[in-house]
Design a protein around this ligand. Structure first.
Ligand code: NAP
Length: 225
């Protein structure tokens, strides 16, 4: 990873570690204070990144709605360019810089689909794919080459899991809401951990309250500690 690029992840989970119900509903697990906190993370980072799963499920705007604050550049990982033309992100692409990264070898992506998105104001750029997803180091290199220094990965679980699995996360801002969902969508999926020594570990920076929720700020633990 480019050493100058900081990767921050944040998500709101239930007490039992779910970010959505089994049917994909996630609005809203967290309280208004936590939603406002997410906007401070949008304000304080150069870019905000989500996977296409979050766009298809939630149709987010991904802008910072705090007064007098700028919005981060929006980045969507979308291997096959499935992003809907009527999505909020596409409809506001001329107002907020937005990049969709796709699989450079995807057979279903042709010049016409790339050009039609570009004509709507999006930047559309090819990235290598490793068979499971877009290569995250290549994604971070692209962002770094544009002069961006920090990226806030706001979800969803597929992308968050991938960043954790690749050991690319510097900070976790974990919001835990006092609600039980039961069977649902887990915040973090398969990390390939079979021995505990392999598990990514973090150190606690602070624990605080956001309204009814708990905010647990964690930083990557240095190797050897
Ligand atoms: N509570 C919260 O804080 C929160 C936040 C966000 C989302 N959510 C919930 O999460 C659910 C969506 O989950 P999701 O996992 O589908 O969303 P996601 O992580 O936003 O999107 C996953 C998709 O991104 C694409 N992708 C491209 N490169 C990838 C890579 N290297 N690693 C992983 N994914 C890559 C893949 O689709 P392609 O192969 O087509 O590229 C993949 O299926 C929704 O129910 C949403 O409401 C909750």
């Amino acid at each position: 990873m480019p050493s100058s690029m900081s990767v921050v992840i944040s998500y709101a989970q239930s007490l039992d570690g779910r970010v959505a119900t089994a049917s994909g509903a996630s609005r809203w697990i967290s309280c208004p204070e936590s939603l406002e906190y997410a906007h401070t993370l949008r304000r304080d980072n150069d870019a905000i990144l989500v996977g296409i799963g979050t766009v298809l499920s939630d149709d987010p705007l991904l802008t910072c709605r705090l007064p007098n604050a700028r919005s981060p550049q929006r980045i969507v990982l979308d291997s096959a360019l499935r992003i809907p033309r009527e999505s909020q992100i596409v409809r506001t692409a001329s107002e907020v810089p937005t990049t969709v990264l796709f699989n450079r070898d995807c057979p279903s992506v042709d010049t016409t689909s790339v050009e039609s998105l570009r004509s709507l104001g999006l930047e559309v750029a090819p990235i290598s794919h490793n068979g499971k997803g877009l290569v995250l180091c290549a994604v971070l290199e692209q962002l770094s080459a544009r002069g961006l220094r920090s990226v806030f990965v706001e979800g969803g679980p597929g992308v968050i899991t991938a960043f954790l699995r690749e050991d690319l996360v510097d900070e976790v801002h974990l919001v835990v809401a006092p609600v039980m969902i039961g069977t649902g969508i887990a915040a973090v999926g398969e990390l390939g951990v079979t021995r505990l020594e392999q598990a990514p570990r973090f150190e606690t920076v602070s624990v605080s309250r956001l309204g009814e929720d708990l905010l647990w700020l964690l930083r990557k633990r240095n190797v050897g500690r």
